[in-house]
Design a protein around this ligand. Sequence first.
Ligand SMILES: [Zn+2]
Length: 241
Amino acid sequence: MAPDRSCRRCGRWTAEPHRLRCPGCADERMDLDGVVATCHYTDPLRHWIRSFKYHRQDNLAPMLGRLLVESPSLAAQHGRDALAAAHLMMPVPLHPRRIRSRGFNQSYLLARQATAALRSWEGSIPMLETGLLKRHKNTRPQVEMTRKERYTNVADAFSINAFSIDAFSVDSISVDARSVTEPAEIPPRCDESEAGHPAIRGRNVILVDDVMTTGATLNACARVLKAAGAATVTALVLARL
Ligand SMILES: [Zn+2]
């Protein structure tokens, strides 16, 4: 197998394989424990992602979802390791108003398709979890923003939905994934008086998004999940810009 040529910490491509940290992220403070970017952001992938996201071509979701977990990219082994250790797979949530205007949450469709594609895996696979992490602030589109503006824009946009039905029925939420293979070993439920959230505490979480630009959104999600007790949070994206 080809060596991993993406930085495990930030997902950028590196000349030197198996980098745990690269010059590009050496001084960055990140709440994410790692980033798996499975493809290069070049055509045709770039075109597919834009069509999917901005032109409502949700028929591209199955192919793109499979690319997240079955890409023969140089980050493949890194990604497989992260997925094998993960308990939960969560899409980056959109604000309900944004879902209404776009028609769907692209990250949710990708995560759903990725989870379905993992059915063919041997061993444990993470469960799709869509109710715990919520976006309570409808942030402004970030396309024209600087890195600093992006971090400020999403800093307090996410929170944990303490009343999520999913949160307390982890054993039943991911019928599509768990009914096929045994899940990763999940830590026993803890006393709810402990810090964090009982459905998140001690779990390894995979956060799914289409692309990672500055990482502001994924880091904001990771911070909230870490505060809720997540053991690790790893971003899984199609490409790192
Ligand atoms: Zn890096």
